[in-house]
Ligand binder design. Structure first.
Ligand code: FAD
Length: 412
């Protein structure tokens, strides 16, 4: 392990041998990811080489259950591995989240949900197909859910619809911010079963092949940060998918979203990784140890020491809440655990950006040049709290409401 101060868990956190090995594996890929990150960011291009490395390392199957040939990582293990990748390349970690969770949600997470024996058997048949594509063929899955409406926030049915047709479904609609656009082999789309009245209970989760007739990718991609995610717009026009495209049986996504809230915390590890990277950079910079920079030390100034102390306090608060949140993650968590998950997500996203801001102020003007990674970390870190369904605003919204109202209570 590298210096434990810059690891996701520190030196004393209890890990099993599988988790330790996976962190070491992620750390071993990291330096190459860090080297390539500047180019992906500059070009706003997808990190294909990093995905080739992830594939070769067997990490595309991280969250595929062992009995389907994967590494069987649960949410906690996934999150620690993902945060480790986030230290080296934010865009790779964020897109890896979309792929890994496409495996985790139909896997370990779905095993906790109520299904009839027929649904369970159907789900096993379908997920075996998705898992085989990843394990045997090295396929990559994306998770385009956002539509620019209240749906991705969990407040309205998705406007993208799936109509029952012979042998499968016909998908119509639009998804914005589809990370991995053009790079994914399958897009795991959330859509609503077309009925006279659309209902969130009828949400379907379908894997649409990247080369399906009727699917097109439009628009450009030139954002502030997370540029390597290449999150363009997808259009679906009468796209046929067979029944086996379902990644969860009908109605089960709605159950998952209600009963397994920590499934929405999985974007946050990327941003913890970014916060750690910014802290590590600052220490190395002030010690005059950054490669390619003159070995000028700046650590003797008391103001710099105080700033580093503030950054460490913020980082430790963030990391501790992250690890505690992971211990809470389970089906039907108690209310305090749910509130803590919102608080953790809020803190990780906001503190990552605050730590990057402090890093730039403390290191000074030369540190924000494009030849160094800090300005990219700063821009990438700004994106975390904008990501639905648990944006910083929506986390506060939920904490406030759920703290003051019990289920079913109103003031009428
Ligand atoms: C780098 C990047 C990659 C992304 N990748 C993906 C991806 O792969 N898949 C995907 O599905 N999405 C992805 N997204 C999209 C992201 O999750 C959000 O959907 C998107 O940022 C929302 O933008 P918007 O302007 O449409 O937000 P709006 O819906 O206009 O919301 C703006 C803000 O208003 C608040 N808000 C929204 N709805 C409500 C509500 N009902 N009540 C109260 N407040 C509300 C929220 O705080 C929100 O941030 C990505 C975003 C970024 C920045």
């Amino acid at each position: 392990m590298s210096d434990p101060r810059y690891s996701v868990v520190g030196s004393t956190y209890p890990l099993d041998s599988k988790q330790r090995a996976l962190i070491e594996l992620a750390d071993s890929l990291g330096p190459r990811f860090a080297e390539r990150a500047e180019r992906y960011d500059r070009e706003a291009s997808f990190p294909h080489e990093n995905y080739a490395d992830l594939r070769a390392a067997g990490l595309l199957g991280l969250c595929v259950p062992e009995r389907f040939g994967g590494r069987g990582a649960d949410l906690r293990t996934y999150s620690i591995v993902s945060a480790t990748l986030g230290k080296y390349c934010g865009a790779t970690a964020l897109t890896y989240n979309m792929h890994a969770c496409s495996m985790l949600w139909p896997g370990a997470l779905s095993d906790d949900l109520d299904m009839t024996p027929a649904q369970r058997a159907e789900h096993d048949r379908h997920r075996a197909i998705h898992y085989q594509r990843v394990i045997r063929d090295g396929a990559i899955y994306a998770q385009p859910f956002s539509e620019g409406s209240a749906a991705a926030a969990g407040r309205a049915p998705f406007g993208t619809t799936a109509t029952r047709v012979s042998g499968g479904w016909s998908v119509n609609g639009k998804k914005i911010f589809a990370s991995l656009s053009g790079a994914a082999h399958y897009y795991g789309v959330l859509c609503t079963e077309a009925k006279p009245e659309l209902s969130m209970r009828d949400t379907l989760y379908m894997a649409v092949p990247g080369n399906a007739p009727g699917l097109s990718i439009i628009g450009d991609w030139d954002p502030l940060g997370m540029r390597g995610t290449v999150s363009r717009t997808l259009l679906f026009k009468d796209v046929f998918v067979p029944d086996e495209a379902q990644m969860m049986p009908r109605g089960i996504y709605f159950q998952a979203a209600s009963r397994w809230p920590h499934m929405f915390t999985t974007l946050s590890p990327t941003y913890l990784g970014i916060a750690i990277a910014a802290y590590e950079f600052t220490v190395r910079y002030l010690r005059g140890e950054v490669e390619g920079m003159p070995p000028v030390k700046r650590r003797m100034y008391p103001t710099k020491q105080i700033a580093v102390a503030e950054m460490w306090v913020k980082l430790e608060q963030t990391r501790s809440l992250f690890l505690r949140m992971l211990e809470d993650a389970r089906v039907d968590p108690p209310k305090d655990a749910r509130l803590r998950a919102y608080a953790a997500q809020f803190s990780i996203m906001e503190n990552a950006n605050a730590i990057c801001g402090l890093a730039i102020r403390t290191c000074g003007g030369q540190s924000m040049l494009k030849s160094l990674p800090l300005e990219r970390l700063y821009r990438d870190s700004r994106c975390g709290s904008l990501m639905l369904p648990w944006t910083a605003e929506l986390c506060l919204d939920r904490i406030g409401r759920e703290a003051l109202y019990e289920p079913g209570e109103s003031d009428d």
